[in-house]
Design a protein around this ligand. Structure first.
Ligand code: ADP
Length: 248
């Protein structure tokens, strides 16, 4: 995905100030920066989630495989399948584990038969590292799973519609350390199959799981580069001050 000179306003609040970035398939990109700097706002531009906020206005250009995602003829439902999203709090549908995964492929017409749908559900759960834990309880409600399992279920749900990009907005902030480690492991396994963008307030997490890091401050993209360089040899003073804990 390619973003060029993206601005976002909420009414008078200028939340993102002319940000350009390229996200490629082979890497996990972490968005870091102090609370309120615009990480989440910018992330939500990539699948037009800001459309759901009445006061939000987005300008600039974002392309997915060259296609302008803000073009008037863009099918937003289709876009959100191609650019999936995982939220801070796991949000399974109040339905069975099976239905949580099957819903998307069914509405997008990805399976012709029940057998094909079963195969998609199994493959998505397998890729999300959840299959062996849930194969015997597919008809139980998704909400009966532990928090960490629910989050992996939500990742499986995103995977099931065969996305190109997965956006994750602080996906581990409601999880305990063991569940967090599992989700981090999963993100690493998914790398290369999908472009992954993750917002995190946890710098150690960004350092562990991402190859590229973008540091935001007050709506600006201050620095974007290899994660190792950002954490060991930042170019900008604001980045250095943030990663050494001087503010944030
Ligand atoms: P971060 O994810 O880095 O914590 P956000 O993207 O949530 O930052 O917020 C960026 C700025 O936009 C903040 O000033 C925040 O108050 C404002 N903002 C975020 N969401 C909304 C909203 N729905 N309505 C109005 N202002 C918002």
């Amino acid at each position: 995905m390619r973003a060029r000179d993206v601005h976002v306003w909420y009414g008078e609040t200028h939340a993102i100030k002319g940000v350009s970035i390229d996200i490629t398939l082979d890497e996990v990109v972490a968005f870091i920066g102090p609370s309120g700097c615009g990480k989440s706002t910018f992330l939500r531009c990539f699948n037009r989630m800001n459309d759901t906020v009445p006061s939000a206005r987005v300008t600039g250009e974002i392309r997915l495989d060259g296609e302008d995602i803000y073009a008037p003829d863009m099918d937003v439902v289709q876009l959100r399948a191609r650019v999936g999203m995982v939220f801070q709090k796991p949000n399974p549908f109040p339905k069975s584990i099976y239905e949580n995964i099957a819903y998307g492929p069914r509405i997008h017409g990805l399976a012709r038969t029940r057998g094909e749908l079963d195969a998609i559900v199994e493959a998505a759960l397998e890729k999300a590292g959840l299959w062996t834990e849930v194969r015997d309880r597919l008809q139980e409600p998704g909400t009966a799973l532990s928090g960490g399992q629910q989050q992996r279920l939500c990742i499986a749900r995103a995977i099931a519609v065969d996305p190109e990009v997965i956006l994750m907005d602080e996906p581990c902030s409601a999880l305990d350390p063991i569940a967090t480690a599992k989700v981090e492991e999963l993100i690493d396994e998914l790398r290369g199959r999908y472009a992954i963008v993750i917002v995190t307030h946890n710098m150690q997490q960004a350092a562990r799981i991402s190859q590229k890091t973008a540091f935001f401050h007050m709506g600006d993209l201050v620095e974007f580069g290899n994660t190792r360089d950002i954490f060991t040899n930042p170019r900008e003073t604001r980045t250095k001050d943030y990663i050494t804990g001087r503010f944030g």
